[in-house]
Write a protein that binds this ligand. Sequence first.
Ligand code: ZN
Length: 211
Amino acid sequence: MSNRRLAARGTGAGSGVGRATEFQLVSPGEPNATAGIGTALERNRAFAAAGGHEGAVVFPNLRLFVITCLDPRVDPAQVLGLGLSDAMVVRNVGGRVTPEVMDDVVFIGQIAEHVLPDGPLFEVAVIHHNQCGAAALADDTFRLRYAERIGAEESTLREHAVIDPATTVTRDVERLRSAPAVSPRISVSGHVYDVVTGLVQTILPARHRSA
Ligand SMILES: [Zn+2]
């Protein structure tokens, strides 16, 4: 039950996040003394020294464009075993297909059309997950405060909540598949990642808009 432990000493208290999602927000024990970019920069030096950057290309080897949540438990490099140059990745709260994310897909599609004059361009895989912090947007107090902070319409933020990832991922895949601006040569699939089992389940297999 450790992953359902409420974060009494975390940031959940009063924020709506703990109540809405019931997952462990912070590691047990003392705060990490090496927190911040320092440790990551040390790892970067080792990465460069080992030549990890060599051979990287712009167009992804797996012809894959991943849209997923920014939750650190859902890092696609780890969860999907992606290496450098394997995939393009866009991450935001919930892994939602917002207008900005849609524009990114269209942008990369337009570039890809120059690289690949014919045939399929790439697959967009939308991956939502259980225990998602975006569920906090279903909490009225949290959502109202957030809307006020960012100057957004509160009612539109409600639909960004991820309560049932299979439902929201289906909605976002349909959004991409029905968008006229998205090239019909781009296929779109929908998946749910289970943070408890570590497994990704496909909800909607890859399909092109025009199919
Ligand atoms: Zn999430």
